[in-house]
Design a protein. Structure first.
Ligand SMILES: Cc1cc2nc3c(=O)[nH]c(=O)nc-3n(C[C@H](O)[C@H](O)[C@H](O)COP(=O)(O)OP(=O)(O)OC[C@H]3O[C@@H](n4cnc5c(N)ncnc54)[C@H](O)[C@@H]3O)c2cc1C
Length: 410
């Protein structure tokens, strides 16, 4: 099979750039064009809600690749170009301005965008996803001392922590009794809730925001508590952190298999010839879990993008089977998470204690280890990652932690 001549990558962030680099690493010598809707090429998105918002790090976003890198690798980047339609018969992507981009091979890496909240007056409230969002939020919080964050997922928790570090009064509305406990387990979710409260975040659990009136400087949120009693809450600035939706509208009617993401096999191939996908937008088959998964984490996007690029360049079908990983930073503490915890998993504290700065918790059931979450423990963590990657048994994981089965069950 000859080398594909012309690869078009739609999306120029973590996954798209990694796919382009993977193509060159795998020996692809043909054209590589990247289209990205944003005004700038990929940058370090995770820092937006952390150091860039708290003001504790560099003031500006860090580009993922230098201009020199694009030149050295001969990557043609078109910023501010949004793909509007895919015509797989003609092998063309049509941009919103009508310009057509032909391809021999297409990589879809358009990621996800944030869901939004709209006020009674029709104002779409700010969310944190892009460098432009950061600029809007910085302006808004500069003009207001009391900030409200709606949604206690990771982005909401990080934004609340960073604004608190900035000295703002922060109220955080979360729908669940504990933030993110379905992912990190109730023990660590409780620690994160308590840390937020200890640092002065007014975290209101089991609340449902039902509407928002007013305007910047004078919003009034309406919400119900766990008993269904209605309340109001005034706030100068409201930020939404209520989940994401995949950027796949432009692919409707293309014949691509879409299901809350672009469905791919383990190698990253879609159901259309020469069309691949990677990163947050992909809904891909994971051999370790024997099912389709959506993973919205940075390292996943980078690693999967590279594997897709290598597969295209080499004409291979290597499966991407890496255990999902993410980290999060709040109040100067770094949490790491590998794997996928499932409902009903038992948890075992494998390292440290919950009162320590550092600890590691394992989750598992049915004789298997499913996930680990840790605060700190960077070096120890690697051993657990390997156990997850090779599908280790629960007893093996306990033995690795130096725990006898009897003690774990006690
Ligand atoms: C504030 C924030 C903090 C985060 N923190 C962490 C963290 O601590 N740890 C972690 O593991 N993960 C974190 N993440 C998640 C991580 O950033 C994502 O998993 C990662 O960015 C996914 O990369 P991607 O390339 O798949 O998609 P994206 O980064 O979303 O990039 C997709 C790109 O495609 C462009 N695009 C979309 N539609 C089109 C179109 N039609 N035409 C052209 N271009 C298009 C978009 O504008 C965007 O530039 C965070 C995310 C956010 C928003």
């Amino acid at each position: 099979m000859g080398q594909p001549k012309n690869v078009l990558v739609v999306g120029g962030s973590a996954a798209g750039l990694a796919a382009a680099d993977g193509l060159r690493e795998g020996g692809h010598e043909g054209l590589i064009t990247l289209l990205t809707a944003e005004k700038q090429a990929g940058y370090d998105r995770p820092t937006l809600s952390k150091a860039l918002l708290s003001g504790t790090g560099e003031p500006e976003v860090r580009a993922l690749r230098s201009p020199q890198h694009f030149a050295d690798k001969d990557l043609r980047l078109r910023t501010g170009v949004s793909a509007a339609r895919l015509d797989p018969e003609r092998r063309v992507v049509v941009a919103d301005g009508g310009e057509e981009f032909p391809y021999d091979v297409l990589v879809i890496a358009t990621g996800v965008r944030n869901r939004t909240l709209t006020t009674d007056e029709g104002e779409v409230l700010p969310t944190m996803r892009t460098s432009e969002d950061l600029a809007v939020i910085r302006d808004r919080v500069a003009a207001s001392e009391a900030i409200t964050v709606v949604g206690a997922g990771f982005i909401g928790l990080e934004v609340a922590a960073s604004l608190r570090e900035r000295g703002k009064e922060v109220t955080l509305f979360g729908a669940h009794p504990l933030p993110m406990d379905h992912i990190i387990g109730p023990e660590v979710a409780g620690i994160i809730r308590d840390e937020h409260r200890r640092h002065g975040v007014d975290l209101r659990a089991e609340t449902f925001v039902t509407g928002i009136g007013g305007e910047a400087g004078g919003y009034v949120l309406r919400y119900t508590d766990r008993e269904g009693i209605e309340h109001t809450h005034p706030s100068g600035c409201v930020i939404a952190g209520i989940g994401v939706t995949p950027n796949i509208e432009w692919l409707e009617d293309s014949g691509l298999c879409l299901d809350g993401g672009v469905v791919t096999d383990a190698a990253g191939r879609t159901n259309l010839p020469e069309v691949w996908a990677a990163g947050d937008v992909a809904y891909y088959f994971h051999p370790l879990y024997d099912e389709l998964v959506r993973v919205h984490h940075w390292t996943n996007a980078v690693e999967q993008g590279r594997v897709v690029g290598l597969n295209i360049a080499r004409g291979t079908d290597t499966a991407f089977r890496t255990v999902p990983y993410f980290w999060t930073d709040m109040f100067g503490r770094k949490y790491h998470y590998y794997g996928r915890r499932r409902g009903g998993d038992e948890s075992v504290l494998a390292v440290g204690s919950y009162a320590d700065d550092e600890f590691l918790v394992m989750f598992g059931a049915g004789g298997k280890i499913h996930a680990v979450v840790s605060r700190g423990c960077g070096r120890v963590l690697r051993g657990y990652r390997k156990l997850l990657q090779c599908g280790a048994g629960w007893d093996e994981a306990l033995a690795h932690a130096g725990i006898t089965t009897a003690r774990a069950g006690a």
